[in-house]
Ligand binder design. Sequence first.
Ligand code: XMP
Length: 511
Amino acid sequence: KVIVIDFGGQYNQLVARRVRECNVYCEIYSYRTPIDQIKAMNPKGIILTGGPNSCYEDGAPTYTKELFELGIPVLGLCYGAQLMMHVLGGKVEKAPVREYGKTETFIDGSKDTLFAGIEEKTIVWMSHFDYISKVAPGFDIIAHTADCPVAAAACEDKKLYAIQFHPEVLHTVKGKEILHNFVRNICETAGSWRMDSFVENTIKEIREKVGDGKVLLALSGGVDSSVLAALLARAIGKQLTCVFVDHGLLRKNEGDEVESVFGPNGNFDINFIRVNAAQRYYDKLKGVEEPERKRKIIGEEFIRVFEEEAKKIGTVDFLAQGTIYPDVVESGLGGESVVIKSHHNVGGLPDYVDFKEIIEPLRSLFKDEVRKAGLELGLPEYLVFRQPFPGPGLGIRIIGEVTAEKVRIVQDADFIYREELANAGLEKLPDQYFAALSNMRSVGVMGDERTYDYAVVLRAVETVDFMTAEASEIPFAVLQKVMSRIINEVKGVNRVMYDLTSKPPGTVELE
Ligand code: XMP
């Protein structure tokens, strides 16, 4: 495998994903990971990521010189490149001109190795305020730009490469090729990391670990838990029990869709328990308007329902969780990232269930890899490519009090919205889109009648990481069609609005 050493840059998970796209397995470790631990992993190659610091400042993240003397190929990116030069005796200082964005770069060397197949003049993505003013002894300059004398440097004998730009970002036109040259050719990896072998190996591992034990899984119908259920089903069949809590806050038909795949008439031979708890949730949510209270009630009720089911099942040997690699990295266990997601739905669950051990078979996968595994396992595309859906479901897409009537309105409006985007061939344009119900009622006229009904809010956003987002430019004609169908087909609605707000200052969800 290849190891990515994380210095806190914003693209670091992307680096790891790109490496895996070359069919090479890789993992992210913090720069605080001791050299002995790195050595023990016996990596085929090491990549040092970017980061926000200046490597010549006191207290800046660094790494021991020994790393470059292991005989293992090392590729430094941005901060990683500067650090490599700094540690090995080159010079890094504040650049007279800061480079940011797409930048024309001239390739001067390493044309048979790192830059094999790259034109002399190529566009790369730059983002730096420091630059390498002098390369370390033994290094040659292998690329430059108008403002940056050392856009890349190499010591071919030792297979050490430093590049100032970001090959992991798609704006670097030949970024993929450059990473491929490094991880496949320079690191001499076999390129055998593939989803079918992941699925096969993981099934074997699960069987070995679980033996004839019983496994319990809380199935939400989201991508991760569905793929996990399919994987476990293939591995251990009836030893798996999936509990699917239908809280009555799912999108239209979603509960039935989950049941059709995992239930008794579905694709797998497992124990499937669907708990129809809608009324319980509506009772608990009666009169509650405050968003955080609603979230809390929905979360707690989930634990209670799940606990009741778990009690009926009795002691299980394993509780399976759909943790994926970004969760691991974001919770500070993998890399250097400080982003902590507050809305993880399963927190607290283990305390309420009698089990011996947690298993997390998807722990090493990125989201797109989870999807690939899902397809490999024969899950239908609508499940595998589902857009994100919040744990509290429609509960936070209905502003104010949640009632069965309002749930019906949102479900129907949302269904029409999805159908019309699909009809227009636009269902893949936004990263997330849905209908919500504002708590506003207003006066309208329908036929000859005065109406006093609710306003539906349509939302559609484009985003990379859901930390920031922009409203999608859905064509006006499509919005009009959706509006007209919602008003005509969904009783209780007389106005439809499109939410233009970006995040920040808005959030993706309305609550
Ligand atoms: P916001 O509204 O915070 O949403 O901009 C960002 C992304 O997170 C999803 N989201 C949630 N997911 N439980 C979840 O599992 C939650 O409580 C929750 N709240 C928001 C939201 O759908 C969007 O994709």
